[in-house]
Design a protein around this ligand. Structure first.
Ligand SMILES: Cc1ncc(COP(=O)(O)O)c(C=O)c1O
Length: 470
């Protein structure tokens, strides 16, 4: 593609992008696409010769877009969001244009130093105590894996990195029964074994019970195991339950256990001082992750990982082949040694654009607004005689179900609510997902899409009631 063609098409695409953002509400949030419907429209073999850009772009519009779920539609209330914003998208365009590989300071000095500074800003914005150093990872899953690997190495005096699991020491890892599946995946990948993962029971608010944790650690010590790491959740995926960090931290300190905090979604709420109670007890925490790519208006992927002992992190991952040796030494960060992958995208740029464009007050205002909108809806659900909340609503995730007086049987209620969700999502006007809490099917409403407003929430609530009652 010649540069004048690039310029022309780039303008066309930016026009399409701006139109898309303006009219995203008119797209069905969830497509009605059937399995394999898209692949049948795609040629089975690659084109032997290059095609005109106009044809490619047309196929994007006609084949791909109709088969997409529109995560940026403000009536997207499913999962946790993957928010974007204008400044973040613009930064991604620049990142793609620079095409820089940011594995070390020498390969992209400005990207490295911007990442260092932006992570300091982010730590300050969410009220992390002094002593944490940040690095951007692709996802919270990767950050949790990094944490467990670092714990494994720190606890084994870096022997497993060198010799593998040569001793018969059995490590154990702990999380609540509501923790994200990425913990189990990390335990498997780290060679600890999922049978060595203890899922600690939760209380009525779906938060980890510290006494049960202490008991499990005691039992493992008595059985000759070595308790390695606890993963506490600040905002579980199911219902954003908040594990009691101070009590968990005290247990970890007492037994010399590493403590990782997974705040993938809810971490963004820490920009609001009134939510800092969620991280009371951070002194005992070793590592902490949250995802600006979920609720902080920053395009996927961008996961903020903070560590107390950066030396331990680097010692776990560092490898220095001859071709990567440079002369800057300790004065600079080489982020290739701060995680799993060697090659790294320039992800700090979009975070920098977002924080500067919104300002801290702008981010706080949006996050506060999201929480207020959801709290308002939770109040309406609570007040409706035939609906009920199935979990506390500390932030903006609401777990609820339709419960007409005539039905008392739990299986029937589960069926009814699964059907209700299906019928709602089929309209394409809203998109909700579900979880199971204590065996009960709960519809999950997450009010966190960048541009969600009162009217979207109100329309959703009216549609939910209407659909449920007819
Ligand atoms: C609590 C929690 N932890 C971890 C994850 C995984 O996040 P990622 O997709 O960034 O790996 C999620 C995803 O929703 C989550 O809710």
């Amino acid at each position: 593609m010649k540069n004048d063609e690039f310029r022309k098409h780039a303008h066309e695409l930016v026009d399409w992008m701006a139109d898309y953002m303006e009219h995203v509400e008119s797209y069905a949030v969830k497509p009605t696409t059937k399995p394999r419907e898209i692949i049948h429209q795609l040629p089975g073999h690659p084109p032997a010769t290059g095609e005109p850009f106009a044809a490619i772009f047309e196929d994007f519009r006609e084949t791909i877009v109709p088969g997409m779920t529109h995560w940026q539609n403000p009536s997207f209330f499913a999962y946790f969001p993957a928010n974007t914003s204008g400044p973040s998208i613009l930064a991604e365009m620049l990142t793609a244009t620079l095409g820089a590989q940011c594995m070390s300071w020498a390969t992209s000095p400005a990207a490295t130093e911007l990442e260092e500074r932006v992570m300091e800003w982010l730590g300050e914005m969410i009220g992390l105590p002094a002593g944490f150093t940040g690095v951007i990872q692709d996802t919270a899953s990767t950050a949790t894996l990094c944490s467990i690997l670092t714990a494994r190495e720190a606890k084994s005096d870096y022997a497993i990195n060198s010799r593998g699991f040569s001793t018969d020491r059995r490590f154990t890892v702990y999380c609540s029964s509501e923790a994200h599946s990425s913990v189990e995946k990390a335990v498997k990948i780290a060679g600890i074994g999922k049978d060595q993962l203890r899922k600690i029971p939760v209380d009525t608010a779906y938060a980890m019970i510290p006494e049960a944790l202490e008991e499990a650690i005691g039992a493992d010590i008595a059985a000759g195991c070595t308790p390695l790491c606890v993963v506490a959740a600040i905002g579980t995926t199911g219902s954003t339950a908040i594990d009691p960090l101070r009590a968990i931290g005290a247990i970890c300190r007492k037994h010399g256990v590493w403590l990782h905090v997974d705040a993938a979604f809810a971490g963004t709420a820490l920009v609001l001082p009134e939510f800092r109670w969620m991280i009371e007890g951070m002194e005992a925490v070793d590592t902490f992750v949250f995802n600006p790519h979920k609720w902080m208006f920053t395009n996927f992927d961008c996961s903020a990982y903070f560590v107390k002992d950066r030396g331990a992190l680097i010692r776990t991952f560092e490898i220095l082949p001859e071709y990567l040796k440079t002369s800057e030494g300790e004065r600079v960060n080489n982020y290739r040694d701060w995680g799993i992958q060697l090659g790294r995208r320039f992800r700090a740029l979009k975070l920098w654009f977002v924080i500067r464009s919104f300002g801290v007050a702008g981010i706080q205002q949006k996050v506060r607004c999201h929480i207020e909108l959801a709290q308002g809806l939770a109040g309406k659900i609570r007040a409706a005689g035939d609906f009920e909340l199935l979990a506390p609503v500390p932030l903006n995730t609401i777990c609820f179900r339709y419960r007409p007086r005539r039905i008392a049987n739990e299986d029937e209620l589960n069926r009814l609510n699964a059907e209700l969700m299906e019928r709602l999502n089929k309209t394409g006007k809203i998109f909700l997902t579900h979880t199971k809490l204590n065996g009960r099917f709960a519809l999950r409403f997450v009010g966190a899409q960048t541009n969600v407003e009162e009217r979207h929430v109100q329309e959703a609530w009216e549609m939910i009631q209407r659909t449920a009652r007819t």
